[in-house]
Design a protein around this ligand. Structure first.
Ligand code: GDP
Ligand code: MG
Length: 177
């Protein structure tokens, strides 16, 4: 196999957003390379990673963008959002503040992105259940009100990561095809 000579039918740009340290880079590493690194440094420089997959007999290249430590409010540039057809809005379920900031991230996303963008709300670090600071129902309620998909994930234990990305990519495919 390998990528060479592979005909790509679609390229979908998906952006990761949310506060620093919620696990965005580890979610991407888990999805794109099935890796997790315990002492991940703050992301530097890496713009995006790709993963090629098949949806409905079409070859789709997912191009997933990760913030390069620009998570301060309004520091993410409009170039980051440009052309995005999907977004993963990530909070840390053990950090209430990272969930409370979701409304702000969503507002910023909606201000920059296409109006048909598919958005998934992700409560990451579900392996740390005993430290939970955000009840599932609170997140569900927010997601329903804002018309977002919602899942709880663990990049560490590889729970729901594939499923979260595949749900977004399949929904994007459904909309554009
Ligand atoms: P980012 O700043 O949002 O990109 O966050 P990182 O991916 O760099 O992760 C921040 C910290 O959280 C690192 O110490 C990770 O090892 C840790 N982390 C990320 N995902 C998980 C997870 O699912 N479970 C646990 N327990 N820790 C995680
Ligand atoms: Mg990062």
């Amino acid at each position: 196999y390998g990528d060479y000579n592979q005909k790509i039918d679609y390229v979908f740009k998906v952006v990761l957003i949310g506060d620093s340290a919620v696990g965005k880079s580890q979610l991407l590493a888990r999805f794109a390379r099935n890796e997790f690194s315990v002492d991940s440094k703050a992301t530097i420089g890496v713009e995006f990673q790709t993963k090629t997959l098949v949806i409905d007999h079409k070859t789709v290249k997912a191009q997933i963008w990760d913030t390069a430590g620009q998570e301060r409010y309004r520091a993410v540039t409009s170039a980051y959002y440009r052309g995005a057809v999907g977004a993963m809005l990530v909070y840390d379920m053990t950090k209430r503040q990272s969930f409370d900031h979701m409304a702000r991230w969503l507002e910023e996303l909606r201000g920059h992105a296409d109006k048909n963008i598919v958005i998934m709300l992700i409560g990451n670090k579900c392996d740390l259940g005993t430290l939970r600071a955000v009840p599932t129902e609170d997140a569900q309620e927010f997601a329903e009100r804002e018309n977002l998909c919602f899942m709880e994930t663990s990049a560490l234990e590889s729970i729901n990561v594939e499923s979260a990305f595949m749900t977004v990519l399949t929904e994007i495919y459904r909309i554009i095809s």
